[in-house]
Design a protein around this ligand. Structure first.
Ligand code: TYM
Length: 366
């Protein structure tokens, strides 16, 4: 039997993050003694997809129990390409509703919208001035998106995006950033920028660690199982959306592209389609991949798809129902987000003030 080619990403468990010593960072502005996590998800589609859910949201729900957790909707990031303003507003509420329906409790976690905390854009400028052009141009996501649009017509925001993301993180002094594998390079840049600022101006930022899930760190498109599941996919058929009707979800799983042969086995190189289905299955049921391989010995791909469709629909239906209920009351969602933004600013403002002061800016009298 061929060895599985899947190499798991470096994982940081909550226990590892807890094991970090904060005694030397607790004095930094905005850094409390309780360990903190922060993450965000763009409001760039009409629904979150299964990659967002398994790669990030599931983990967020777990960590909010043990950490001082901050989750936000990076709406400033959503305008790197031209957008209809009404659609941005709608998607922002829509994303907030899915966070809550997926298990984020606004009483336990600080839930907010990026544009309501102006310190994000303010810190981003300082970080942009500390980033080399080559460093920014090396970001894979920038290269992919610029190649798609043509570098000449791509907005400068696309290049500046990772520095805004670094600002999003560093303003809150988190120890852990729970994200999917595709954000690894951005988290590494954030660490570099934090260290660079600290070495130029003295200890200021906590240097955060990426926190990647065990299963679901990268979910692939059902029709193109070597490309990550993404809102910007050319066709919706490879996507599972949290807000889709259950019958659409089941149909897409049953029509997922599989591979030559019949054996249900995890092998990312030789069997990307089946491997992706197994990863999703493991993540939605909390069963391990070897356990699933064992359960499908002698069975066909069709069996796997039918069972997986059932498991995914069972997992997503209550989230969809709750999100749609929340969206019926946008004023209440806005109130929750407003409250979250006030809590976020209380942490972000002193960190920015420290950075501005260390950068040589005069302190305003009010
Ligand atoms: P975004 O909005 O593209 O994705 C949100 C989260 O979902 C994860 N994800 C996936 N995980 C597994 N498989 C997939 N196919 C998949 N697609 C997306 C992402 O890894 C991410 O965790 N730049 C960020 C948003 C951001 C952010 C931040 C995140 C802005 N500022 C600060 C953390 C901290 C982004 O575009 O994620």
């Amino acid at each position: 039997m061929t060895e599985p080619t899947h190499r798991p990403p470096r994982r940081i468990s909550p226990a590892d993050v807890l094991a970090q010593d904060t005694s030397n960072t607790a004095h930094l502005p905005g850094a409390g003694t309780k360990h903190r996590v922060l993450s965000g998800m763009q409001p760039s589609g009409d629904s979150l997809h299964l990659g967002n859910y398994l790669g990030a949201l599931v983990n967020w729900v777990k960590v909010q129990e043990e950490f001082d957790a901050f989750f936000f909707i990076p709406d400033l990031h959503a305008i790197t390409t031209p957008q209809d303003p009404e659609a941005v507003r709608h998607r922002t509420r829509n994303t907030a509703a899915q966070f809550i329906a997926g298990g984020i409790d606004p009483e336990k976690s600080v839930l907010f919208v990026q544009s309501q905390v102006p310190e994000h854009a303010q810190l981003a400028w300082v970080l942009m001035c500390m980033t080399g052009m080559g460093e920014a141009e090396r970001m894979t996501q920038f290269k992919d998106k610029a190649a798609k649009q043509g570098t000449e017509s791509a907005g400068v925001g696309l290049l500046a995006y990772p520095m805004l993301m670094a600002a999003d993180i560093l303003l809150y002094q988190p120890h852990g950033v729970p994200v999917g594998d595709d954000q690894r390079q951005h988290v590494e840049l954030t660490r570099d920028l934090a260290q660079r600022f600290n070495s130029r101006h003295g200890e200021t930022f906590v240097v955060p660690s990426g926190f990647y899930p065990e299963n679901g760190a990268r979910i692939y498109d059902l029709q193109h199982p070597t490309a990550k599941m993404s809102k910007s996919a050319d066709s919706p058929n490879g996507l599972i959306n949290l807000l889709d009707e259950p019958k659409v979800t089941a149909k897409r799983i049953k029509s997922a592209v599989t591979d030559d042969g019949t054996e249900v086995r995890f092998d990312r190189e030789a069997k990307p389609g089946v491997s992706n289905l197994l990863s999703i299955f493991a993540a939605v049921t909390d069963r391990s991949i070897p356990e699933l391989e064992e359960a499908y010995v002698g069975k066909m791909y069709g069996h796997l798809k039918v069972d997986l469709a059932e498991a995914v629909v069972e997992r997503l239906t209550p989230i969809r129902t709750r999100a749609l209920e929340l969206l019926d009351d946008p004023a209440e969602l806005d109130r929750l987000l407003d409250h979250g933004a006030a809590k976020a600013r209380a942490v972000a403002a002193p960190v920015l003030a420290e950075v501005y002061s260390k950068s040589g800016f005069l302190t305003p009298s009010r």
